[in-house]
Write a protein that binds this ligand. Structure first.
Ligand code: NAP
Length: 486
């Protein structure tokens, strides 16, 4: 169905999209709703007007879609001045037409069937900001099959179906761009694909989920529980009503999957990421870690070592004076260690309407510049030429070696502590620091908090399994992996 006041989409056969009878801007007019950016001399303005605009079909007009439309309108002049070509939203698909019609100008054709957009011959690019992985996959593949470039902010889609989608795009000679899918306002995909292209990358570590970073920041600053911090995040709009994707680390794992492919030239392989969220974190451990000089962050870590690749998302202890420890609230940051550039760090908002739009439009601007080029002259989708993308062994988390924070709640301290040290010595788990602290809720117990030497996870788990059998060790040991990241 079409919005009443809009013209309908013509059937296939390269027809023109009809526009509103009155009040609509002419298709070749550069928008000027955002002030007076100087476009330069008359000949450059004329050349911008002479070029056919990049015509965009937008799937979704929610948080990201509306931001994309708004920023494209507001900054049309400056974007055209940089691009040398205008970017025009020609068609939009949503479910709720009435709501969308209130935002869109009458020149935009509004439909409630997204396949009309991907099949329409007059759109050059499809921007997919519907979300989800089922319909979005069908739409993106259909757009590619129709020879259209695709821009998406959908990390779940690419993390799960990326290999299929990038292969289809390669076969069709079109681009699939996705800067908005990872740490939105931070141009990290561009940094990896272009700025750091001379480097061998050693590791990437990122705070790449704003919801969990907000929750952890609140737990640390106010000593509140996970549940209270989550409720606060939901009240402020930093967390969804169903926060599972965020707090269980899945959203961060989707983004890490894409970062790892760009950094190491491996296929998109979400199923190989080890994922732990923050739901089991106790605010007492955050406070104990602080006493030891550390801070707890949910990090996505992709690291290359002699055995292969580590791909993991989990709560991580980092030194309180580390740069990442100062990234608070809903902000994101990504740190990259590479052989020539050294350590570089990127910081910015990880979500938001115009913040994500900024990345989506940057991809559209890139498309304006490269859409006429042969595929081999474009920056490859995953930073490496498709033929150079190769599997690396991904380490099982049991084989990963790190320093561990470990907390045990212990009764009869004087008897249990020597046995504990003997157990660790037998298992060859070195201990670099040990504190005996008051238990947060039970005066009969002590909290024994220690940092191990670097230890393989399976070795530590073996020792812990034995300790947890003892009658003087209460409940389960709490462990948090630690990273130096320097
Ligand atoms: N929000 C962010 O800050 C952010 C940041 C980075 C990446 N992303 C990603 O960007 C994507 C979009 O997120 P969002 O927050 O903008 O989502 P959203 O606010 O829920 O908007 C989704 C839009 O898609 C439309 N839609 C959904 N199903 C449709 C269907 N079957 N047919 C036609 N239209 C349909 C909705 O239309 P109606 O409104 O009419 O239902 C709505 O306009 C997701 O993949 C998300 O992960 C979001």
């Amino acid at each position: 169905m079409y919005q009443d006041h809009q013209a309908s989409v013509s059937p296939p056969g390269r027809p023109k999209v009809k526009r509103a009878p009155s009040g609509g801007r002419e298709p070749h007019e550069v928008g000027n709703r955002g002030g007076s950016f100087a476009l330069g001399n008359h000949s450059s303005v004329a050349s911008i007007h002479a070029m056919a605009p990049l015509r965009v079909g937008l799937l979704g007009l929610g948080t990201v879609g509306a931001g994309t439309y708004t920023v494209l309108q507001r900054n049309a002049e400056v974007i055209a001045a940089r691009t040398g070509r205008r970017i025009e939203i020609a068609m939009v698909a949503v479910r709720n037409l009435a709501r969308a019609a209130r935002l869109l100008g009458p020149e935009v054709v509004l439909v409630d069937d997204p396949f009309l957009v991907v099949n329409h011959p007059d759109t050059d690019v499809v921007v997919e900001v519907i979300g989800g992985t089922t319909l979005a996959r069908e739409l993106v593949l259909q757009a590619i099959a129709n020879g259209k470039h695709v821009v998406t902010a959908n990390k779940a889609l690419l993390a799960v179906h990326g290999s299929e989608i990038f292969a289809a795009a390669q076969a069709q000679g079109v681009v699939v761009a996705y800067e908005g899918a990872v740490a939105v306002s931070i141009p990290i995909i561009k940094a990896l694909r272009e700025g750091l292209t001379a480097n061998r990358i050693e590791w990437i570590a990122g705070i790449i989920n704003g919801t969990t970073n907000y929750i952890l920041s609140e737990m640390k600053a106010k000593g509140v529980s996970f549940a209270d911090a989550l409720a606060d995040a939901q009240r402020l709009g930093y967390a969804e009503a169903d926060p599972a994707f965020d707090v269980e680390g899945i959203d961060a794992a989707h983004k890490l999957t894409l970062l790892a492919s760009n950094a190491f030239g491996v296929p998109v392989q979400f199923d190989k990421v080890h994922v732990e969220g923050i739901t089991q974190l106790d605010s007492a451990d955050i406070a104990f870690a602080e006493r030891l000089g550390y801070c707890v962050k949910l990090l996505g870590i992709a690291k290359r070592n002699a055995q292969g690749l580590e791909l993991r998302v989990h709560p991580t202890l980092i030194a309180a004076d580390h740069l990442l420890a100062h990234v608070n609230g809903p902000m994101n940051a990504v740190m990259v260690k590479s052989d020539a550039a050294g350590v570089t760090m990127y910081y910015g908002a990880g979500a938001g309407s115009e913040q994500t739009a900024s990345a989506v439009i940057a991809d559209l601007v890139d498309l304006c510049r490269v859409s006429d080029l042969a595929h081999r002259h474009r920056v490859p989708s995953l930073a490496f030429q498709p033929g150079a993308i190769a599997e690396l062994p991904v380490l099982a988390v049991e084989d990963v070696e790190t320093v561990y924070y470990l907390r045990l709640d212990i009764a009869k301290l004087s008897r249990t502590l020597p046995k504990l040290m003997a157990c660790f010595a037998d298992a060859k788990v070195g201990v670099q620091q040990l504190d005996v602290l008051e238990h947060p809720s039970d005066p009969e117990l002590n909290a024994v908090v220690l940092l191990t030497e670097p230890t393989q996870e399976r070795v530590l788990r073996g020792a812990i399994a034995e300790l947890e059998q003892w009658p003087t060790v209460m409940g389960f040991a709490k462990t948090i992996r630690m990273e130096g990241l320097c």
